[in-house]
Design a protein around this ligand. Sequence first.
Ligand code: OKP
Ligand code: ZN
Length: 342
Amino acid sequence: MKAVYSPLHARHDGGMELHRGELVPCFEMPSRADYIRDAVTAAGHGLTAPRDFGLAPILALHDAGLVEFLRSAFDQWKAVGKDGFMLPSGFAARSMRQDVIPPGVNGKLGYYAFDAGTPIVEGTWDAAYASAQCALTAAALVAEGERAAYALCRPPGHHAAKAAYGGYCFLNNAALAAQYLRDQGRATVAVLDVDYHHGNGTQDIFYDRADVLTVSVHGTPETEYPFFRGFADETGEGAGLGFNRNFPLPRGTDWDSYRGVLETALGVVAAFKPDALVIALGVDTYENDPISAFKLKAEHYPLIGAAIARLGLPTVFTQEGGYAVAEIGTNVAAVLTGFERV
Ligand code: OKP
Ligand code: ZN
């Protein structure tokens, strides 16, 4: 399948994240995309550049204030004499006002971010915008008749909510792909998130809608990021009630435990009878991932791809996590190859 790739991802670089009490170089680093690009190319998936769909699809899903902040954040940072990377230092947690949008850049960081692990650098907007266009382009390829397409999104997107960013994510690439397919006449779309971390942003964006089913299989928020979303009792609201499903799994989950839950999640997707599918594809379920705790091995990624393919749906893959950098490319390519062999 075609792999949509932009070199602009590399502009998002140089940030540090607050990780378990220490400032460390961001695990979500540019070399991730280089390894993936090389591996998917070697596996025969041709690279293609993204088209530019502009800001309209982004503003259709995300709060205008968030988008304007992401666009101008680093300029605001420079205007107060700062350089390097931006992290928030205070959040609107319980007891704080939720209705105040602070006028200053440090307050806005805390208003729009939900963690201190997602640095903004000078090139972050350019990279996030290009990443979103990669997802939209992959969705367009599928809308135009391709069986499947892969968006090599970096930065990732599945944690980005309507009006909040975090978890290395700024714009929700998988949601943009799903909405694009809806806008092109697919009446119903499912998003299945197989990243190690709960896809809280995608859940948030579609939580009150019945036309887009969101399903996520992930490390339990009882111990795993993002901690405050991803529980099994989050099933949607209003018209969307019953159209969100979460499958939290404990640390240490191996393939023997994972495979059955994946089949259950795929069964939920199949029962919805969607017209198209978006896979939020993280390979941080890998046994050697430095920030995750599942035990999947390289040999299991083709099986995941094949299981997805058996749904028989037009499918867009968006790249999400995966931080065992040297193995991320081969694990991603293995999913795509496993999919195509069915
Ligand atoms: C992104 B994706 C917070 C650090 C927590 C966040 C992990 C984000 C994973 N200070 N790290 O789902 O792979
Ligand atoms: Zn993840």
